[in-house]
Design a protein. Sequence first.
Length: 280
Amino acid sequence: MLVPLVTQGWGFQAHKKINRLAVFTLPKGLFAFYKAHVDEITEWAVKADQRKSVVKGEAPKHYCDLDHYEKVLPFDTVPVYWENAISKYSLDTLEEYGTNPWNSQYVYQKLIAAFEQKNEEQIVKISADLGHYLADIHVPLHSTLNYDGQLSGQRGIHSLWETKLVKHFVDDYNLLVGKAQYIKHIPEKIWERQAQSFALVDSVLYLEKLVSKNIGARGKYQIEKNGSQTRKYYSNVFCEAYHNVLNGMVERRMRHSIEFVGAVWYSAWVDAGKPKLDVY
Ligand SMILES: [Zn+2]
C-alpha cells in the first residue's frame, strides 16, 4: 500500500530555501531590512501551508487547475484580473479549481499597502506568504486537475517532484540568481509564470511514466517494514533516473521562484514609493 501523500506545493525545505535566497537578490535600500528579518521570512515561508487545515478558504490559494478552463495554452479565455474572473465564473468554481494567480495579485497589493504604512510586522508576514504563493505558481503540478497523477495511474508524483527530488538533489543545485529587477506589470508576469508551469505538466507526467516503464515496478519502489506497518517509497534508483530525465527542471523552477519572489517584493517597495525602513 502506498502511503497517502499530502500535497503541499514545494515541500517545506524548498519553500524556506526560496524565501531565504530571495532576500539575497534584493538591491541596496531594501536589502538591509529584509536581511534583518531573514530568519522570520525563512521560517514563515511555510505558514501558508500550515494554515490550510485550520483556515477555511486557504487551500485554493495554493493552486489553479487551469485545464478545467482550457486544455491548451495560451490561456486567452481566463481573465487576468479577479473582478473579471468572478463575473465570468462563480466564486464556487474559482475556489474549487484554485485561485493562486489572482490571490497572489491581491497579496501583492497588500504588500504595497504595508510598505506605504511602513508597517514592518506586516511587511515581513506578507512577504513570507507572498513568497510562498509565488513559489507554488512555479510548480507544474499546481496547475492541473491531475495534480497528483491520480487521473493517469501515477499517484504520488506530486510530492515526488516537489519534495522528494528536492530533498535528494538540492545540495547540487546552483540557486544563485542575479539582483532583483523591477517588474512593471505584475499581474501579466504572474500569469506568464503560471503558463510556464502548465506547459511543463505533460513532461512531468510523461517522463515519470517512461522511467517507471524502464525500471519496472520492482525497481521503482522500496518497501520498509516497521512492526506491522509496511511503507512503500520511491527507490533512490528511480528518483535518480527520473531526476536525470527531467534534465534540470526542478532546479530551474526553484531558481525561477527565487528570482521572481525577490523581484516581486522589490517591485512592491518601488510601487509604494521606496519608503525608508528602520533596521534593528
Ligand atoms: Zn502551498
